[in-house]
Design a protein around this ligand. Structure first.
Ligand code: C2E
Ligand code: MG
Ligand code: MG
Ligand code: MG
Length: 283
């Protein structure tokens, strides 16, 4: 099916589940327990200005430190959480913990006072009537500045924005929070849909980045997406940059921000803070 095709094409194993021998209800209960028991952890991946090389911000990526199964990646549990709704309390935990952590870095690490925090919002979260209250409550509680928060939404949200969703996202934007469309190009949306939403950042999916350093057609497609994004006045972020040549080509295309193993891998907070400190000292 198309979703499966898209997942394969972008090289992900979204359909892998943890403890597949357990039924969905049991796995859901176990995940909800993990959230309240403190078994979730965040890793952080810096994003880099492609024209200047400075760290602009970090993206929070959730992991589950499972006592028996080890460190589980989101591909092993987010899809189920999305189905059962557990992704709502999970996402709230991620936002609170990310804001708490990055606020501490902004205050404690020289030169890191202006970094942004990007958090992935699931479609279920965007549908919650109290989304705006939850987000503003967490900002107040943690002291994290709204203007430094970026919420990443997926194309499925962009594609079918009902009036209430548009209003909710508009209210977030009015608070100074920025919205990014994640994994752009993997769904069915066109840039015209983006005009209906208060989106200011476009993240090009890594499946469009992978081939640009050895396939001229891939390079032309990536360049077309970068140009379109810039023409719509969006900040354009390239995901999954793994080589220096990919970084060079994207900078040449005018792409604003880069993220990927070539620059920084996602790491636990103790390592991320060292990267932030080292980079700030260099500036
Ligand atoms: P995403 O938001 O598009 O995050 C980027 C993913 O690409 C991350 O995988 C990251 O580790 C990986 N990545 C970064 N640079 C490179 C690279 O150069 N090469 C390759 N091959 N991969 C790279 P991760 O951490 O496994 O997360 C996968 C997806 O799970 C995320 O995709 C996001 O959709 C979802 N996710 C992660 N954390 C959360 C969360 O807190 N809430 C929700 N709702 N979804 C989350
Ligand atoms: Mg993301
Ligand atoms: Mg992405
Ligand atoms: Mg992606």
């Amino acid at each position: 099916d198309l979703a499966m095709y898209t997942a394969k094409r972008s090289g992900r194993s979204r359909y892998q589940l943890y403890t597949p021998e357990l039924d969905a209800g049991t796995r859901d209960a176990r995940l909800r327990q993990a959230i309240t028991d403190g078994e979730l952890v965040l890793h952080y991946q810096p994003a880099v200005g492609l024209q200047t090389g400075e760290i602009r911000g970090v993206e929070a990526l959730v992991r589950w430190q499972h006592p028996e199964e080890g460190l589980l990646m989101p591909g092993a549990f987010i899809a189920l959480a999305e189905e059962t709704g557990a992704v709502v309390p999970l996402g709230e935990w991620v936002l609170r913990e990310g804001c708490r952590q990055v606020a501490a870095w902004q205050q404690g690490v020289a030169g890191a006072d202006r970094i942004t925090l990007s958090v992935n919002l699931s479609p279920q979260q965007v549908k919650q009537a109290d989304l705006v209250d939850v987000v503003t409550g967490i900002l107040a509680e943690t002291g994290f500045p709204a203007t430094r928060l970026i919420l990443e939404i997926t194309e499925s949200v962009v594609l079918e924005p009902d009036e209430l969703t548009i209003a909710r996202l508009g209210a977030l934007r009015d608070k100074g929070i920025r919205l990014a469309v994640d994994d752009f190009g993997t769904g069915y949306s066109a840039l015209s849909y983006l005009q209906q939403l208060p989106v200011s950042i476009l993240k090009i999916d890594r499946s469009y980045i992978r081939g640009i350093d050895d396939d001229e057609r891939d390079e032309r497609i990536a360049e077309a997406i970068v140009r379109l994004g810039l023409a719509f006045d969006l900040v354009v972020v390239a995901e999954g940059i793994e080589t220096a040549e990919q970084a060079r080509l994207l900078a040449e295309m005018g792409c604003t921000v880069g993220q990927g193993y070539h620059f920084h891998r996602p790491t636990p907070p103790e390592q991320t803070v060292q990267v932030l400190g080292a980079t700030a000292l260099k500036l």
